[in-house]
Design a protein around this ligand. Structure first.
Ligand SMILES: [Zn+2]
Length: 196
């Protein structure tokens, strides 16, 4: 049975603590219009790592976020990243909630998911408005949470967080199932030799 259920009532309600606005610009969260999508109901207990403060299959930081912000757990593929700015070729994942203002502007309140899960202790949220290309952000809440329940932290960190188990010349991730094989690469090297 899926642990994720759409909370259709959440679509109409404005509940939960407002997300803190960023030090780097943005604006206050109010006034708020309708939300940009339904808010799923994620049960924190279902994603709690076994050891306090330590990630295992699940992320401790994500668990804390869900506990503190149950109404900020939408997942969006955002077209803005800190390195290259607006970049529709390289979307990154954000967690939070999308609001649509009366003037049809999209304001996302939340956090880059990877960044949230890397920095222990910090649960700050930020506001991302139209200047962050929010008009082109794509919601993947349901797909992503289903994937997270299936493959854990690999859904957050991709190739940077596999839980490898080696067997001979092969290894596989016990979380997402990715398999790799050890190969010996021969690297060519240019050298100078006397002419004959
Ligand atoms: Zn993996």
């Amino acid at each position: 049975m899926s642990e994720i259920e759409r909370n259709t009532a959440g679509r109409q309600r404005r509940v939960g603590p407002p997300v803190r606005t960023p030090e780097h610009g943005g604006r206050q969260s109010e006034p708020l219009g309708s939300t940009g999508g339904a808010m799923p109901c994620i049960e924190a207990a279902a994603i709690r790592p076994a050891v306090r403060g330590k990630a295992d299959f699940h992320s401790w930081q994500l668990y804390r976020w869900v506990k503190e912000r149950p109404y900020g757990v939408q997942i969006w593929r955002g077209t803005w990243n800190a390195a290259t700015g607006i970049d529709r070729e390289r979307p990154v994942l954000y967690i939070g909630h999308m609001d649509i203002t009366d003037s049809a502007e999209r304001w996302f309140h939340g956090r880059m998911l990877r960044n949230l899960c890397l920095l222990a202790g910090n649960l700050d949220g930020y506001a991302y408005g139209p200047a962050f290309d929010t008009a082109h952000w794509e919601e993947i809440t349901r797909e992503w949470w289903e994937q997270y329940m299936r493959i854990g932290v690999c859904a957050i960190h991709g190739d940077r967080a596999h839980h490898w188990e080696e067997r001979g010349d092969t290894r596989s991730c016990s979380y997402c199932g990715k398999q790799e094989q050890r190969v010996i690469e021969t690297i060519g090297r240019a050298v100078w030799v006397p002419t004959t």
